[in-house]
Design a protein around this ligand. Sequence first.
Ligand code: GRF
Length: 201
Amino acid sequence: MRHFPLGRPARIAVMASGRGSNLEALLKAFPPDNPLGRIVLVISDRREALALQKALEAGVEAAYVPWSRRQGAAGRERFERLTEQLLMDRRIDLILLAGFMRLLSPEFVQAWEGRILNIHPSLLPQFPGLFAQRQALEAGVSETGCTVHFVDAGMDTGPIVLQRRVPVLPGDTVETLAERILEQEHLAYPEAVRKVLSGEV
Ligand code: GRF
C-alpha cells in the first residue's frame, strides 16, 4: 500500500536510545515550517538518553517509555502498547528509528509497514546487527557506508531507500571509521525521508 505523499506536512516520530546525533540532523531538516514534514515526537526506551534532551532543546515533545528487559516478552508488549497509544494520540504518520537499540515485534512492525524507517552503519545486506563498523574492519573491506531502509520483521532487513558509501582507510580504528560513516548518516537520513515523504520511493 502506498502511504506517501500525504498532501500535507507529515507528523514524524523519532525513536532513539542514545546520543541522538541522527535525531539532531533530522530535527534540522524537518523543523515546524517544513511543508513536507516535521518532527513532533521523540520516544526513548532509556530515560537518560541524550536524544530526549536534544528533543526538548528543540522544543519537541520527548517521551520516555520504559522497556523492561527483566520482564522479557511482557516488557516489550508494555513498551509497544504505550508507544502505539502515543503514536495514535499524536497522529503520527512516519516513524524514524535512529539508534533505537531494541528489536520491535513483527506485529508492531507490520502495523507500520511502509511507514517506519531505520538507519544502519553499513552497506546492507553486509554487516547487519551490532558493531557493524567493527565487522567491516574485521572483514577487511575497502569500502563501507550507511543504509536507510524500511523496517520489516527482520534485523536490519527490509527494502533499501538509499545508501551512502565511505572508504575504509589504512590505519582506521572502529572510532575513526564510525565517525566517517556518521557524517554520511547525517546526510543520508534526511535525504531518504524526503524521498519517502515526496512519494519518490
Ligand atoms: C548510528 O550509527 C546508527 O546508524 C545506528 O546507531 C547509531 C546511532 O547514533 N543505528 P546516534 O544516536 O544517532 O548518534
